[in-house]
Every structure is written in structure tokens, then in C-alpha cells.
Design a protein around this ligand. Structure first.
Ligand code: SF4
Length: 96
């Protein structure tokens, strides 16, 4: 499974909403995000890669399966782990 535009927009909108204090996550969502982070951090498919732009080298973590940049993809509530370690988060109570 490759990166989808829907997952990228979900992740960006969730993070932007948090930054602007427009939306607060439910305790269930916070728990689900933390659970995803813990699972990804202990997963052998999360690899560190070095990127270089304008003479600045930086290390980032990328999922070897979906090629998403960690931790951004864990905030895309509809995304699921491509090898089934975690699934989508139900946001029925928070989308209103
Ligand atoms: S999304 Fe799944 S496969 Fe990718 S790093 Fe996280 S747990 Fe591993």
C-alpha cells in the first residue's frame, strides 16, 4: 500500500486543527495515536533514512511498507497499517 492523498490530508488536517486548538482529540483517539506510535517504533519496517537538501542532512524515519514518514501518518485516522498491526480510528463522535 502506498501513500494516499486522503491519508496525507487527514494527517495534515488533524495536526493543523490541534495546533490551532480547533479540535481536541477524544481520550480514545489519543490512546489510539499513542498505541500506533508504540507499535511503529517497535516495528522492524520502520527505517531511518538520511535526506539531504541544500547542504543540510537530516535523519527521518520511514515505514518500509507504505513509504510514509513517521510519525505523521499515525495521525491519519482512516489509515491502517499495511501489515495489519493497527487499523483505522473511529471518529464518529469527533467529526461533528
Ligand atoms: S505502519 Fe505498520 S508496517 Fe509501517 S512501521 Fe508502522 S507498524 Fe510497521
Amino acid at each position: 500500500m502506498l501513500v494516499s492523498l486522503r491519508d496525507i490530508s487527514d494527517s495534515l488536517l488533524n495536526q493543523l486543527s490541534k495546533l490551532l486548538n480547533k479540535k481536541s482529540d477524544t481520550p480514545e483517539m489519543e490512546k489510539a495515536f499513542l498505541d500506533r506510535i508504540e507499535k511503529c517504533l517497535s516495528c522492524n519496517d520502520l527505517k531511518e533514512k538520511k535526506i539531504k537538501a541544500i547542504n543540510i542532512e537530516k535523519a527521518i524515519k520511514i515505514c518500509n511498507q507504505c513509504k510514509c514518514i513517521f510519525p505523521y501518518f499515525v495521525f491519519a485516522h482512516r489509515k491502517k497499517c499495511p501489515i495489519g498491526k493497527w487499523g483505522p480510528i473511529n471518529t464518529d463522535q469527533t467529526d461533528t
